[in-house]
Design a binder for this molecule. Structure first.
Ligand SMILES: NC(=O)c1ccc[n+]([C@@H]2O[C@H](COP(=O)([O-])OP(=O)(O)OC[C@H]3O[C@@H](n4cnc5c(N)ncnc54)[C@H](O)[C@@H]3O)[C@@H](O)[C@H]2O)c1
Length: 396
């Protein structure tokens, strides 16, 4: 890597690729300017108009159509991999062997075998490899974690997480890579990867899952006429294809601490476009996060006059993680959302690549080992569902 500057590229210019592209653009201006200069070099997408449009929109110098072009480019140091899950392995392995620093989207891959191979490649590489489990950067979720880790909430007893989306609620929405793959690679891998990661981020290691139940409620979907990007609707043909994986998944969790939990995810929860809700119940209080109101949390503390107890709404601002000292308007009530999560994530990645000590940086992004662990948890859920809801123990 050139020490005086960092050259950045993004592979995939779809829904999340654009969030990565925008994040690298703004990351140097988040907090004080301690990063080397960041060069926005290229956006690569197999569908050339998408890469071209994104490069123009976000101010990247050029666009490419293959990951190999990014791997071969001497002016690129850092690469986000933001394509369909089954493409992660080949691209990430190729980039690592070309000496690039890699930030790969979640879930780490489409199969556990590939995820493990990627983690092994990352272990052997001299560059940094991280996974984009973006929600750990959500200030409200990070603050609830702080409340748990500092003991203010006391021992966690029960965690309930639901991640309801409705991007696939319309039976006429086009089939895409999201609907292909084995049982558990649908809503469970897509949004359940976030939910299950956050369950452990907040309440610690999960030892068992059970009650796995999946449903594919729309078994066939029309093929698109052209390309499909993200969750967006595309023009469709009269030709239908089979949906392989889950529209809905639910399961329970047992934590090492003794706490209990449940997770319910859906891509057919009509009316809930992007509804991640977390509730943590602990010995000295409870906390709620709701992604539809991401700049606040609700907090209940058992201390004080019982006649005045109840949940109170806490607007997130300068005293809270990530927001403190970062935002241009540095006060509570200004608001922020999911896009900022990618911004904090990109900043943390660039700080690590630049060699800034963690004591003066944001907390590091999750590593590939955590990505593998997350997929092991999801695989255990799929096994529970296969066994009719049986309890499945996660190996230590
Ligand atoms: N962290 C988050 O909150 C979050 C949110 C959404 C998606 N994701 C993850 O991001 C990844 C991409 O999801 P998405 O919704 O952006 O997908 P998408 O379908 O919108 O975009 C994928 C893009 O990749 C391009 N592409 C396909 N094959 C390619 C190749 N070989 N080389 C280069 N480009 C290629 C497609 O043309 C498309 O533009 C997935 O792993 C998904 O799980 C993460």
């Amino acid at each position: 890597m050139a020490t005086s500057s960092i050259g950045v590229a993004v592979i995939g210019a779809g829904m999340a690729g654009k969030a990565h592209a925008a994040a690298y653009r703004n990351a140097p201006a988040l907090y004080e300017s301690v990063l080397p200069s960041v060069r926005l070099v290229s956006i690569a997408d197999a569908y050339e108009p998408a890469g071209q449009a994104a490069a123009k929109r976000f101010g990247y110098s050029r666009h490419d159509t293959t990951w190999q072009a990014i791997a071969a480019a001497d002016d690129i140091d850092v690469v986000s991999v933001v394509v369909a899950n089954h493409l992660h392995r080949e691209i990430v392995e190729g980039l690592l062997s070309a000496g690039k620093h890699v930030l790969c989207e979640k879930p780490l891959s489409d199969t556990l075998e590939s995820a493990r191979a990627m983690a092994s490649a990352a272990d052997s590489a001299s560059t940094v490899a991280r996974i984009g489990l973006t929600f750990r950067r959500s200030p409200g979720i990070a603050y609830i974690r702080d409340l748990i880790q500092t003991g203010q909430l006391g021992k966690v007893l029960h965690v309930s997480i639901r991640y309801w989306t409705d991007y696939a609620a319309d039976p006429k929405s086009a089939i895409s890579w999201r609907f292909k793959g084995p049982s558990g690679s649908g809503a469970l891998a897509d949004v359940g990867s976030h939910a299950s990661y956050l369950a452990e981020f907040l309440a610690g290691t999960v030892t068992e899952v059970g009650g796995g139940r999946f449903a594919t409620v729309i078994p066939q979907r029309p093929k698109p006429v052209g390309v499909v990007s993200g969750h967006g609707h595309a023009e469709v043909s009269d030709d239908y294809d089979t949906v392989d994986n889950d529209d809905y998944a639910t399961f329970s969790l047992a934590f090492d601490s003794g706490a209990a939990g449940t997770i319910e995810v859906s891509r057919v929860a009509v009316g809930h476009a992007n509804d991640l809700q977390i509730e943590v119940f602990a010995e000295r209080g409870a906390a709620k996060f709701n992604q539809t109101r991401p700049a606040e949390i609700e907090l209940f503390l058992t201390e004080g006059d019982p006649a005045q107890q109840g949940y109170r709404r806490i607007p997130l601002g300068n005293p809270h993680p990530y927001v403190a000292g970062g935002m241009p308007i540095d006060v509570a009530g200004v608001g922020f959302g999911q896009n900022e999560g990618f911004l904090f994530q990109a900043r943390a990645f660039l700080e690590e690549v630049a060699g800034l000590d963690e004591s003066i940086s944001l907390p590091r992004n999750a590593g590939f080992a955590e990505g593998v662990h997350n997929m092991e948890l999801l695989a255990a859920v799929a096994e529970s569902e296969r066994l009719g809801g049986a309890v499945v123990r996660l190996d230590d």
